[in-house]
Design a protein around this ligand. Sequence first.
Ligand code: AOS
Ligand code: ZN
Ligand code: ZN
Length: 386
Amino acid sequence: MSDVPAVKAALKSQAVETPSWAYGNSGTRFKVFAQPGVPRTPQEKLDDAAQVHAVTGVAPTVALHIPWDRVEDYGALAKYAEERGLKLGAINSNVFQDDDYKLGSVTHPDPAVRRKALGHLLECVDIMDATGSRDLKLWFSDGTNYPGQDDIAARQDRLAEALSAVYERLGEDQRMLLEYKFFEPAFYTTDVPDWGTAYAHCLKLGPRAQVCVDTGHHAPGTNIEFIVALLLREKKLGAFDFNSRFYADDDLMVGAADPFQLFRIMYEVVRGGGLTSGVAFMLDQCHNIEPKIPAIIRSVMNVQEATAKALLVDRDALAVAQREGDVLGANAVLMDAYNTDVRPLLAEVREELGIAPDPMAAYRASGWADRIAAERVGGEQAGWGA
Ligand code: AOS
Ligand code: ZN
Ligand code: ZN
């Protein structure tokens, strides 16, 4: 049976990183529905993130996106975060929104565009130095739309060259997280389409290059927990971008579409030691119609619930059933954990952390939503609906 104090300790130490862009307005290509009180500055995004951390107790870091969070002084922004009990997390680069990147960024056929893209990635490492961030997250929209449009293998060479220049620039305690996505915006080839491509590049680069698994970036039916198990085993799982999807890269709240899948993923994380090996549990979501801060709180809670259930799996009983070839018994052990209502356990964990047992109610009671709606006028669009 599970050791409840150990389960609680693991839940208290798990940190979920929230993305700055989830606090701002975002939408689909059809419409951005503006919401009252959304942040107008990176500082206001941090103010909101501090509310999420205050009521959940487990969201102490915030991922930034450059240039959406561009400021004059990143050291000062880090200090601002610290004053609110937060730290700045992964720096997300952006080599997808300039006209120059129509045919790619680091894989573009024109060396001048490649140089520009690499310059941005290196600038992101400078920013990491100033913010004290550990992780650089790289997602490339690079790819082609038509067969013959460009040389598939040559693009891999160009990608490898840029990645290795960035890798060389990383400090000893910094990491590079390479994110893959099977399509969109490119519709024929994508230069980093899958975990295998990301893994192959990271393997060549070295131990400070690891893969980021965005849960919305796979073809329907893909067994994501298998990928997670394999990457963990190879010490190449660096991070998650958590969200959920019904169709493609929907960026809905994690755990909303398929909580069972999230549990299966978290079970592999727990089983593979990923709770303590530096894997970053980041959210990458866009809240288009639901209120932002409560949606982020809900997502953090969903990650915690899946983690709690994964921690409750009776590993000894599972091992016995597996050894004995007891197919149904083994499955039942897993399902027992999944079907446990972990909400009372998490309420206890929160009380032990000195916060209210129900984060949603605590946020509602805080009055923050009314305050920002009154004080902030003219909030910004996050940048895009990815
Ligand atoms: C794109 O689809 C991705 O999920 C990325 O993680 C992207 O970098 C992120 O949305 C912020 O730019
Ligand atoms: Zn992502
Ligand atoms: Zn995405």
